[in-house]
Design a protein. Sequence first.
Length: 177
Amino acid sequence: MNSLFLFCCFLMLMNNPLLIFDFNKDTDSTCWKIVDDKVMGGRSGGNFYINNEGSGVFEGYVSLENNGGFSSVRYNFESRNVDNYSKIVIRLRGDGKRYQLRVKSNKSDSHAYINYILTTKNWQVIEIPLSEMYPTFRGRKLDIPNYPGTTLEEIAFLIGNKTAEQFKLEIDSISLH
């Protein structure tokens, strides 16, 4: 009886999601940082705030002027061990546009591991296997292995579809499973 109980507890712990961020009306949005193409002379502009429903909202415009073309929002946090997780799960609502999901094992890395999210105008739950997050640097795929899935220190959303456009992405929660 005792070993069965311990085994059941072990299984429950193994299946517990790791919450990265759960937005609500009391969320401090200042821990999310905007990085636009302005860092290289572009003219895109993003904004991040918490709306009345308690969702994190990343919105703005992408401009192609001055060789620009992207806007992103990033969240850095203390290193988390993610060895026991195989996928990232995000509840969000978009605008029908494509966004990059970007993660970093170490926030000081110059490269990020990315995958794409195609949004709809309805709330949706996106699941991306961590093993399918591939390395890039400034839009170029790198010849190194995909995300190692050991630690996580940064998560970001980026829009850069090579078109001038308005955008809006609402985020409810981000977790690992």
